[in-house]
Design a protein around this ligand. Sequence first.
Ligand SMILES: Cc1ncc(COP(=O)(O)O)c(C=O)c1O
Length: 416
Amino acid sequence: MVKDAQGVYVTDIDGTTYLDFSSQLVNTNIGHQHPSVVRAIQEQAAVLSTIAPQHGYESRYRAAELILDHSFDGATKVFFTNGGTEAVEHAIRMARLHTGRYKVLSAYRSYHGATSTSINLTGDPRRWPNDYGTEGAVHFFGPFLYRSAYGATTEEEERERALANLERIIQFEGPSSFAAIILESIPGTAGIMVPPPGFLAGVREICDRYGIVYVADEVMCGFGRTGSWFGYLDHDVKPDLVAFAKGVNSGYVPLGGVVVNEAIAATFNDRVYPGGLTYSGHPLACAAAVASIEAMQSEGIVENARRIGDEVLRPGLTDLAAKHPIIGEVRGLGVFFALDLVSDRATKEPLAPYGGSSPAMNDILAACRNERLLIFNNFNRIHVVPPCTVSDEEAREGLARLDRALSAADKYYTGD
Ligand SMILES: Cc1ncc(COP(=O)(O)O)c(C=O)c1O
């Protein structure tokens, strides 16, 4: 039971304070209770708490303008939603209406949200009970050298083989049936696998070759998490649509949306886009987005995320890997790192099975709690994902707590 939170700390009703290395669900990029964001919500509430989407007003206009300022060249419009899964649903709907096609490609090892289309595009076990084979989702293995689906031994091989496989699937599934490919620019919940250089550009080329819309899902990796405003920006690639949420205003008030390129926006110039939402562009959420993006700009918060990754988290986690053999791989950037935990480095046997947990993982999570460290866990992985505002000292303190917590599972290592 939480009482309050401040910066990177969360305090429960008994007065115990936890260091938040999870950013909740990887969304409080700006930390808890940033004063200018709280004030913006209060000021907006005092003058215009709600308004239907057909009316314009200052904060929505300004939020869209700021988001477009940080987006790809040619980003034209923003369609606001209430969160990430709606952003994905609407991006796919736009792609389908724009192309007149239905099927959508997405990656195994991905998460795109909990509503019907998003969960079916998702590549993790949460899809299975929701899959009636009706959503037109076709999955493929994206690049992930540590657990390569392609038997690759270098990043270049992994990139080339993943791209060749993707193209072969398109050819065999029917090139003219695909409306979109949706990819997390850096898959988040599924394991923070930074794609090899050139992979996303290769996906772009395949999309162009077959008239497929490229949707970047930036819900988790966007707005500073990777040390860039958006994950795709580091990969020299221009998506057609970008789904965002979480870090746009750190979830102080729910908000998501789709950044739309010129061609797709033009599809709906003379034709109604059939997807209105009562709360689209909600004033409190948009006011929070404006204040949050402005604070990120003026306080160098995105730059801080990159620096913390390079100077504290990557070296610190690499040191932990030298100490704890259960750490099979450290990967990530910015404030977006994963520890892939194994019982044997040679076989890479995961410390918990795909889709499951294990006594070893439970021991680590219990130890994190004892250390007063909030951490993100998925199957055999621990994700180190503090707010982008985390200081050097806080990041080092979190690593020290994590070090002690990992010791709880060292006994499960069975390798040499
Ligand atoms: C990449 C990605 N897309 C979509 C979503 C869904 O967002 P929401 O939970 O706001 O609906 C998430 C949530 O974690 C996500 O990580």
